[in-house]
Design a protein around this ligand. Structure first.
Ligand code: BEZ
Length: 218
């Protein structure tokens, strides 16, 4: 299944405009531009009706309303047909009582997968890897995650990532290792000698001039 190739892999980068697309999906024709003004989590899986993908997809579907509460639209993708996606979603509903309420792109042309660098031929020449793109309301890429075929993602980490990105955009704060909502946040470090001296005298929780924390606003 795996094969190496010398063909260059085009990867989008954090800060790039998200590649626009219009694709068949389980919700009809779906375009990225349909979701301008919302955050988007666009994620790929290798194939419908495979075990690791099923466990991930069930959890994305269970958490869909949590993402919606963050003004965030989930969009799935694989190189499978709409009919396969429909049958798989129905299987999950019938066997796990979980409804997939977000579109799953049927990227048979591989055009979306190629634009987002989801095809890694050294891992698989036929299936998308487990990619996640977090796209902001201006449709700029804010974060990317890539996992191999055999390792399932933790959906709660994707959710936490969206929360941390929104905290940064809305409040200008950064987040330390393992941050969870309610935990103290990192205040961006001062960039001048004068600001460094002022930081030492500030009300923040100051360890040293470059390392200060403040209460989480969320
Ligand atoms: C899975 O989802 O279980 C899977 C898919 C492709 C390769 C290996 C595992």
């Amino acid at each position: 299944m795996s094969e190496s190739t010398d063909a260059p892999l085009r990867l989008p980068r954090i800060g790039d405009p998200a590649p626009q697309f219009t694709s068949p999906s389980t919700h009809g024709s779906t375009s990225l531009s349909d979701f301008a003004g919302k955050w988007v989590v666009l994620f790929s899986h290798p194939a419908d009706f495979t075990p690791v993908c099923t466990t991930e997809f069930l959890e994305f579907a269970r958490r869909s309303k949590d993402f919606a509460a963050l003004n965030t639209q989930l969009i799935g993708l694989s190189i499978d047909s709409v009919y396969s996606h429909i049958a798989w979603a129905r299987f999950m509903e019938q066997n796990f009582d979980v409804t997939v309420d977000f579109p799953i792109l049927a990227d048979l042309s591989q055009s979306v997968a190629a634009a987002y660098g989801m095809l890694h031929p050294g891992e698989s020449s036929t299936a998308t890897v487990r990619a996640v793109f977090v796209i902001d309301p201006e449709q700029v890429i804010k974060a990317m995650i890539y996992y191999p075929l055999t390792t399932g993602r933790t959906i709660n980490e994707v959710y936490r990532l969206v929360q941390a990105l929104q905290l940064n955009v809305n409040h200008g704060l950064a987040t330390p290792e393992g941050w969870q909502p309610g935990d103290a946040c990192i205040v961006p470090p001062p960039a001048t000698m004068k600001a460094a001296a002022e930081r030492m005298a500030s009300d923040y929780e100051v360890t040293d001039w470059f390392l200060s924390k403040t209460k989480s606003p969320v």
